[in-house]
Design a protein around this ligand. Structure first.
Ligand code: BF8
Ligand code: SF4
Length: 652
């Protein structure tokens, strides 16, 4: 059912609307209500022209030309905007880099045999080891895993050369381009530290050079954050395979002990899932029928992809999950955890449990989680939740029964395997044939977040439907995947939204692989799993002997809020993929920065499109955004010599 934007207040998801109203009635503050209080945005911050990089400031540039045009140190709007953008990217990259480092250490520990995590993805281990040029002959799994983990950690330490994970995954032509520009990263920590240095007062003041620094951060994010994390997680936990699960609030069960896992690094969530199953009998002792784990945000995506654990909420409605009154615990690790969850939890019996020594919330319970004692911590967490069941106040609960079925688990390997059912020798050929014939016009990745300032799911779902209607193959990750799943775009019902030729391809591939069809959009995982669509594009480009930038492929991030999503977008931009963003990237205070990021090839000056073959597209209206993306897809089809309805006269 298509909902109009105006009929909803905070979310296209009617269950979330009900909970939002309940929260308002009970005087419980949530991100949605706070967003309304903060509706007016500071014009300086929004334009990116406010600087607090030193104590001479804060300085701000008057956007209309009347008032100060430089900060006290002499930095102008271009420098300040570019520096602020780089600072934002550093924040995003750091999160993904830490994610990768934690997994690398966990793998090293597992290789040493002192870990609660067995190594499950043996095929992937061999593939990554071989790709890294490691000798696997006559070596044990543990020895190979240790060598891979050390190679990963080297990407945080080496002082010369190129990051191992970049060499492992990037196209050679791209590496040459990045080398020429001097933006190829050496090691993750070194680049983050260098980038922080260049943003400080009295360092890099050349806006174009700062933007090149932004691209380095994009590469660090893509290879050091996303690819490294996905590869090592697949080695530790196994490569995801197609799985059927459920979305929406009906996944929370009134007769069970409910635990929401929230955050990102699957080390914690994997163990909570395992122990929730093992300790089910203890839940029965307190009158529940068992322990039910539900996912929130990207931790939710991780355990959905590998275990089919159902998902309750994306980012913007994370507090509303607690307002059901049915959660015994929300256990969190890192990233995207609103501090506000604790205040909401205090209105109910829900216990917020933090698990990392550097991520705490005042008032929350803290249980230190270490990989070498993961089982112990997970048991303690599940037992706390079980003990809380008796404290539940059934006067305050709201039950939801509605769920939406969704397929997930579409790792690149799984997609290639499905295609292999049509052509075992050249699995990519059916996909390429479909693109070449025009049955599929192109490929789009819908990624990123939901944002409490935006109507939840509206942008993500609208862009998806527009693209599907026009026969674009859509893959999704992150919280955007939650939006699509909740609105039937990951089950067979949603096939009605696809153009006829796309639907035909999805059905043919799906049926060959033993499914009724492929779903209209393919869930490829969490935000670090944006490595997976990148790998798919790389494989297709290599197969065709072209560059990623030549493919009719786009990325879109309609409802983002996170610096991490900007970092992911920058990674795709550096690879020549057009990236749409539906939320103001806060660079409008500098014409130079805006032109470099957003202008098309027709422009005189330096711009990303000319340098790499893709540009940033900022468009709030999702229908217009999809139209621009479709035009870009057709433009690239034309350049590849494929059928195209691109008309240069109407190009943007
Ligand atoms: O890393 S999509 S809101 S949870 S940042 Fe956060 Fe955005 Fe969700 Fe996943 Ni990604
Ligand atoms: Fe002001 Fe320059 Fe300091 Fe920024 S770095 S606060 S513009 S003096």
């Amino acid at each position: 059912m298509h909902q109009s934007k105006n009929s909803q207040v905070v979310s296209l998801d009617s269950d979330m609307e009900i909970l939002y109203e309940k929260a308002c009635e009970e005087g419980i503050e949530t991100a949605f209500s706070r967003a309304k209080q903060s509706a007016a945005r500071c014009p300086f911050g929004s334009a990116g022209v406010c600087c607090r990089h030193c104590l001479e400031g804060p300085c701000r540039i008057a956007p209309n030309g009347k008032g100060p045009q430089r900060g006290i140190c002499g930095a102008d709007a271009d420098t300040i905007v570019a520096r602020n953008l780089l600072t934002t990217l550093i924040e995003g990259v750091a999160g993904h880099a830490e994610h990768g480092r934690e997994i690398a250490l966990a793998l090293l520990e597992a290789a040493g045999g002192h870990s609660d995590y067995p190594i499950k993805g043996i095929d992937k281990l061999y593939k990554v080891a071989t790709g890294l040029g490691l000798d696997t002959n006559g070596k044990t799994v543990e020895e190979i895993a240790k060598a891979v983990a050390l190679k990963a950690l080297e990407d945080y330490q080496k002082q010369t050369g190129i990051m191992n994970w970049l060499t492992l995954h990037a196209q050679q032509q791209s590496i040459e381009k990045w080398n020429e520009l001097g933006i190829t990263p050496i090691n993750i920590h070194l680049e983050i530290s260098k980038a922080v240095t260049r943003t400080t007062m009295g360092c890099d003041a050349d806006p174009v050079n700062l933007l090149l620094g932004c691209l380095t951060m994009g590469l660090v994010d893509g290879y050091g954050g996303l690819h490294l994390s996905t590869d090592l997680q697949d080695i530790l936990f196994g490569v995801p395979k197609v799985v059927k699960s459920k979305f929406k609030l009906g996944v929370i069960k009134p007769d069970m002990v409910n635990i929401a896992v929230h955050g990102h690094v699957p080390l914690l969530s994997e163990k909570v899932v395992e122990w929730s199953r093992k300790l089910s009998a203890e839940a029965e002792e307190v009158g529940a029928t068992g322990v039910n784990v539900v996912g929130v945000c990207c931790s939710g995506n991780e355990i959905l992809m590998r275990h089919g654990v159902p998902a309750a909420s994306s980012f913007s409605s994370q507090e509303l999950v607690i307002v059901t009154g049915l959660l015994e615990a929300m256990v969190v690790d890192v990233q995207c955890i609103m501090p506000g969850v604790q205040k909401v939890a205090e209105c109910y019996h829900t216990e917020i449990i933090t698990t990392l020594p550097y991520i705490k919330i005042a008032g929350a319970t803290h249980i230190d989680f270490h990989t070498h004692e993961a089982d112990k911590a997970a048991q303690a967490i599940v037992r706390k939740a079980i003990a809380n069941f008796k404290k539940r106040d059934f006067q305050k609960t709201s039950n939801f029964t509605g769920t939406v079925e969704a397929y997930a688990g579409f790792s690149t390997e799984q997609i290639v395997e499905a295609l292999g059912a049509l052509n075992a020798k050249e699995p990519l050929q059916p996909l390429i044939d479909a693109i070449a014939s025009g049955a599929i016009r192109g490929v789009a990745a819908i990624v990123g977040c939901t944002n409490p300032r935006e109507l939840q799911d509206f942008g993500n779902v609208t862009v998806a439907k527009e693209l599907l209607k026009n026969n674009v193959l859509v893959v999704a990750t992150g919280c955007a995947a939650h939006s699509l799943a909740k609105h039937n775009l990951m089950n067979m019902e949603g096939l009605e939204y696809c153009g006829e030729s796309l639907r035909g391809v999805l059905q043919a591939v799906g049926q060959a692989a033993g499914l009724p069809s492929l779903p209209p959009t393919l869930h490829m995982g969490s935000c670090v799993d944006n490595s997976r669509p990148a790998d798919l594009l790389t494989a297709v480009a290599n197969f065709l002997g072209v560059e990623i930038k030549d493919l009719p492929a786009v990325g879109t991030c309609p409802e983002t809020h996170s610096p991490k999503a900007l970092a992911i977008g920058t990674f795709f931009l550096a690879n020549g993929v057009d990236v749409h963003i539906g939320v103001d990237p806060q660079v409008s205070g500098s014409k130079l920065v805006t032109d470099v990021l957003c202008n098309g090839v027709a422009d005189e000056g330096l711009n990303l499109d000319k340098l790499f073959g893709g540009k940033l597209i900022y468009e709030q209206d999702p229908v217009k955004a999809a139209a621009i993306l479709l035009r870009r897809i057709e433009e690239k089809r034309l350049a590849l010599g494929l059928s195209s309805n691109f008309n240069p006269e109407t190009s943007l």
